[in-house]
Write a protein that binds this ligand. Structure first.
Ligand SMILES: [Zn+2]
Ligand SMILES: [Zn+2]
Length: 294
């Protein structure tokens, strides 16, 4: 966990130097500190969320995504206490029994006010870390921003950081989890059951693996895991070839993906091209099918 007091000390010493350079540097250190606070929490959730499933790299959005998809405790304040006390030699079972035993406090996780953090993260950058694009009406181009504005924003970051009080970060979810092993690389993939009530698409957490899955409930309320693939027919032996859908994610127009058949070793090429499809033709085809089945 980041030693915030050391970061504040560093930023304050740069504020005290009070030069254009030191204030710009203070703004940069402030921004990096805010990023670190988000990323150190993200790191604790690596086993739940694949990097390739991140919808937005900005620190606030990463934490928001964890909060929405894995566990909403990630940015919350709470304290943790433990106990090994027993009731008549057995573990407590009911809420009342849990409340009746003695606990030893372990510590607390500080809240991370994401909206405030995001605002500060942007504002230190706006006042110090970009040169405004010159226009016809601007006289000259300045390397540094306005000293007073930078000092004001950096000081706001220092206040924000000073209010973060806690001594531990918790990872994982408190509730029941569902897990399975990646069909290809065998890495364990897990999610809280509460986050899987709707059909969910997720990628394998192994950065070297291209597999992704859809998890949904079947008729008996059990989870079924479906590998996310596109199927092709081998041109050599007609065997079905399955290619992970993520293999196509970064392909550009006309780019070629080579697939070698595991059965007959024939090399097939898949070319990324637009495909035209007539919904009308499909509808009349379906109607024709219905007609013939009658
Ligand atoms: Zn995998
Ligand atoms: Zn083949």
């Amino acid at each position: 966990m980041l030693d915030i007091s050391k970061r504040i000390e560093l930023i304050n010493s740069l504020l005290e130097q009070d030069t254009e350079q030191s204030l710009t540097y203070a703004a940069l250190e402030s921004r990096l500190t805010l990023e670190y606070l988000c990323y150190e929490r993200f790191r604790l959730y690596f086993s739940y969320l694949s990097e390739s499933d991140l919808k937005n790299w900005q620190p606030k959005h990463i934490i928001k995504q964890i909060s929405g998809e894995v566990d909403d405790n990630v940015a919350r304040e709470f304290s943790i206490s433990i106990s090994d006390e027993r009731i008549d030699g057995r573990l407590p079972e009911t809420k009342e029994e849990f409340e009746s035993i003695k606990y030893t406090p372990l510590g607390n996780q500080p809240e991370l006010n994401l909206n405030k953090l995001h605002k500060l993260w942007n504002s230190v950058s706006n006042v110090a870390l970009h040169i405004p694009v010159p226009s016809i009406s601007s006289d000259s181009i300045n390397i540094y921003g306005d000293k007073d504005k930078i000092r004001e924003k950096v000081s706001e970051v220092v206040v924000f950081l000073s209010n973060i009080k806690g001594n531990l970060l918790v990872s994982g979810s408190f509730g029941k989890e569902y897990s399975f092993n990646c069909f290809v690389c065998d890495t364990k993939i897990k999610r809280p059951v509460s986050s899987l009530q709707q059909k969910t698409a997720l990628s394998c957490i192994n950065p070297k693996c291209q597999e992704s899955y859809v998890i949904q409930k079947d008729k008996h309320d059990n989870f079924e895991v479906i590998r996310n693939v596109i199927k092709f027919t081998c041109l050599g032996c007609n065997e079905e070839l399955e290619v992970p859908i993520r293999a196509f994610k970064d392909l550009r127009f006309n780019q070629i993906l080579n697939i070698r058949c595991g059965n007959c070793s024939t090399l097939s090429e898949v070319i990324m091209r637009p495909l035209m499809k007539s919904t009308e033709a499909e509808n009349s085809h379906n109607k024709a099918l219905q007609r013939t089945s009658r």
